[in-house]
Design a protein around this ligand. Structure first.
Ligand code: SF4
Length: 348
């Protein structure tokens, strides 16, 4: 058994002679789960370390490319799991839950030794969402002093403004942020500093270029999509991203007895579950323009929404919103599905 699972046995794969390319080099072929992970997490290594009881090494492998591992251990979509080779035999390995196990076992105070600033150049990162902070950590580990400019009063971008509190235990986001800042004292934070034109408050691109040797813009996905149908500009029609942002900012709007959420992705699932909590558990329906097979929300999210009494209405495409003092009406057409689109889901 030890021989089979000893990670030191794992050597880079060598291409068979007939498949060798013109470099003559052996190439490491990452596992499908690692390719499917948006940050390239080396899941095979951390799972092997867990098997060997080397939890600290597993932590190192998990956090090597992802400073937000406590968060991802709970709310990542885990595209690595459907890509797992075992998915077609006895079921995918619970890669996300194994990550959560490691992060919880070592606790919030565990972190890698601090890295110091070793280079004279400084880098500005604009935006403190997952992309900006991951880049900041990578740059800090490479020895740069990094200045993160964030327009709001909180670090974390959509992790703090987009994920509803009921999906994460309190303190999880802070745990990852504190761990990163403890490890990287060369990351300097400037909250309440938006990127603006010169002289408009905040900081301009020219000022950033004058102060730093490089500027990285990671300004993220702050705005949601509009429905672009007649009546969608009624102030009672709110985009899901803005709705979640308001709630995470502490707003508690009084919602009507019936709330419709349009869309079938994870933002729609978060929005409908938040709405259910705000309208006193009354009616919340999700309208989705394709069928149940095509819905893009993660199964787990969908099941949680259904368990909370949210109704999903499939094959409905909104075409117009109308409203008066008593409320809003949404006119929809029933859809039939046609050929698959470029993403493989059948088009309405
Ligand atoms: S759970 Fe998410 S972050 Fe972790 S390995 Fe899978 S895709 Fe990557």
């Amino acid at each position: 058994m030890d021989d089979v699972y000893n990670i030191d046995r794992v050597a880079p794969a060598c291409a068979p002679e007939n498949f060798a390319d013109d470099t003559g080099e052996a190439h490491f072929v990452p596992a499908p789960c690692q390719v499917a992970c948006p940050v390239g997490t080396d899941a095979p290594s951390y799972i092997a370390h867990i098997w060997d009881g080397e939890i600290e090494k597993a932590f190192e492998a998990i956090t090597a490319t992802n400073p937000f591992s406590s968060i991802c251990g709970r709310v990542c979509d885990a595209p690595c799991e459907p890509a797992c080779r075992r998915a077609d035999s006895d079921g995918a390995i619970g890669i996300r839950n194994l990550k959560r196990y490691v992060m919880e076992k070592l606790g919030k105070d565990h972190s890698l030794p601090p890295v110091s600033v070793s280079r004279p150049e400084t880098v500005a990162v604009v935006g403190s969402g997952p992309a900006g902070l991951t880049a900041a950590q990578d740059l800090a580990v490479a020895g740069f002093e990094v200045h993160v400019y964030e327009m709001t009063d909180r670090l974390g971008g959509m992790m703090v403004w987009g994920i509803p509190a009921f999906r994460l235990p309190p303190g999880t986001i802070e745990e990852d942020l504190n761990r990163m800042l403890t490890r990287c004292p060369g990351i300097k934070i400037h909250l309440g500093t938006p990127l603006t034109s010169q002289g408009e408050g905040g900081i301009s691109l020219d000022e950033l270029k004058g102060k730093h040797h490089a500027v990285l813009l990671t300004i993220g996905a702050w705005w949601g999509k509009s429905m672009e149908i007649p009546g969608a500009d009624d102030p009672r029609v709110v985009d899901g991203v803005e709705f979640l942002r308001r709630i995470n900012g502490g707003d508690r709007p009084q919602l009507p007895d019936t709330v419709l959420v349009i869309g079938g992705g994870d933002v729609a699932m978060d929005a409908c579950r938040a709405a259910k909590r705000l309208n006193g558990g009354k009616t919340v329906k999700v309208l989705y323009r394709r069928g149940a097979q095509e819905i893009s929300a993660r199964n787990e999210e969908l099941e949680d929404a259904l368990r909370e009494g949210i109704e999903i209405v499939y094959n409905r495409q909104p075409v117009a919103v109308s409203g008066d003092d008593n409320g809003l009406s949404l006119r929809c057409v029933e859809t039939n599905l046609g050929e698959p689109d470029e993403g493989g889901r059948r088009r309405p």
